[in-house]
Ligand binder design. Sequence first.
Ligand SMILES: [Fe+2]
Length: 222
Amino acid sequence: MYEIKSLKLGHMDNFIYLIKDKKTSDIAVVDPAWDVDAIFRAAEEMEGEIKEVFLTHSHYDHVNGVDQVLHRSDAKLHIHKIEDRFWGGAGRNAKLHSGGDFIKLGSIELKIHHTPGHTPGSVCYELDNHLFTGDTVFVYGCGRCNLRGGDPEAMYHTLNKIGTNFDPSMTVLPGHDYASCATSTIAEQLQGNPFFNIKTLHEFVDYRMHKHNRSIPYSPVN
Ligand SMILES: [Fe+2]
């Protein structure tokens, strides 16, 4: 029904994903950045055509290939409406979304989840049993909340929702390769990711904003 290919590109170990609907051969690129030639080569290898661009958020390392991809294809750009305002997506004529929207890719459909915290309009894209998490959930981590637009309280609530509402068997496909493995499951993250295991908002904010960045391991106080 569909095929997913990941590329690790750039000096920040970004994952760029290509999703192909096997019925129509339409391809969506999630967060095109760093090496647009490599992205088009991958699309060619998959024998498909890039028709959609899905952004998880607007940080430079996730969007620096957007303009080239739009220039070299007929792709339509998709972004959360809050993130578009935050980014100032000026003139790119993006399709603006809200959480809960469905986006078509050929004959398949993805669901958008608004997951603020890393940026105000960050989203995760759900496809079947896969969740493209951008910089919201990493394998055993989560996105920083101390950059412009970051909000650790929002991240706390976002992660609570992800942990509660998604099937534990879902595969997490993060925006960076920051761990010893490229992907994981919600279940593994619920068990081993410190950010899913901090019980109070206060502790979470303190750990995310102060301790984690200084590499102090989390040890729960009972
Ligand atoms: Fe980011």
